[in-house]
Design a protein around this ligand. Structure first.
Ligand SMILES: Nc1ncnc2c1ncn2[C@@H]1O[C@H](COP(=O)(O)OP(=O)(O)OP(=O)(O)O)[C@@H](O)[C@H]1O
Length: 227
């Protein structure tokens, strides 16, 4: 999909209900990063979600095993990484490992994009963002590192982190409380959401308050999607 400029070094939020089309859309954006030779690491919380992306030459698949000791400094040399858990990795252990990994990438000055799946799970609560996500959200861009937060639980995602995102991408929401919640940040979301068809993507620019709808048919994938 060439209509979204992924080369801009900004934090982004991508949110949709379960089954809304997040991982299909994120996969298309990651393919665009790859085409532009922008380094990325996807911190996936599922084993299959983005696995089709390893079909791209040079994408390293990393599997986080429970209780293994990892030296993440070694990973910095790989430009494109998909990290996945094993079936036995508990979410809390996985998030702890991923937080260490983000810290290492930030500290070593690694550039590119970190795709944070289930970003709501990193934070103690919506008012207490994860310290490492908050640090990278505030300071990462200056060091060439941006975060793409993915969530299916918009109300649990800290507004403090959202406020650091210049671009938000939303797919059709169905739960009235979610719609009301988003409307507080994106004026007219209630009306725009009604216009969205299944898998259409609303792109909202927080700097200009402008938006556009990307029709589902324009979200193209080169690799297979298994999600
Ligand atoms: N633009 C699109 N065009 C065609 N099919 C799509 C599009 N977006 C999503 N789909 C299909 O819709 C289904 C759900 O999409 P997807 O797996 O991306 O949802 P999700 O929000 O990531 O779900 P979950 O939260 O459960 O992981 C998939 O079968 C996917 O192939």
């Amino acid at each position: 999909m060439s209509t979204i400029d992924v080369s801009e070094n900004i934090h982004r939020l991508i949110a949709a209900p379960t089954g809304g089309g997040k991982s299909y859309f994120v996969g298309s954006l990651v393919e665009e990063l790859y085409r532009n030779e922008i380094p990325f690491i996807i911190l996936d919380t599922k084993t299959q979600n983005h696995i089709g992306l390893v079909g791209l030459k040079g994408v390293k698949r990393l599997q986080i095993k429970p209780y293994a000791e990892y030296d993440y400094t070694k990973l910095v040399k790989y430009p494109y990484i998909l990290s996945i858990p094993t079936l036995r990795t508990k979410t809390t252990d996985l998030i702890a490992e991923y937080s260490k990994l983000i810290d290492t990438f930030y500290t070593l000055g690694r550039k590119g994009v970190i795709v944070v799946e289930e970003a709501h799970n990193y934070n103690k609560n919506p008012y207490a963002p994860s310290p490492i996500l908050e640090l990278v959200a505030r300071e990462g861009r200056g060091r060439g590192l941006s975060l793409w937060f993915i969530t299916q639980r918009i109300q649990d995602f800290p507004k403090l982190l959202w406020s650091q995102c210049y671009m938000t991408y939303l797919l059709k929401f169905t739960i009235p409380q979610d719609i009301r919640y988003v409307s507080a940040l994106i004026p007219d979301f209630d009306k725009i959401n009604r216009e969205l068809r299944m898998h259409d993507v609303l792109e909202y620019d927080h700097k200009t308050s402008e938006y556009r709808i990307i029709p589902a048919g324009e979200v193209k994938r080169a690799t297979k999607h298994y999600g």
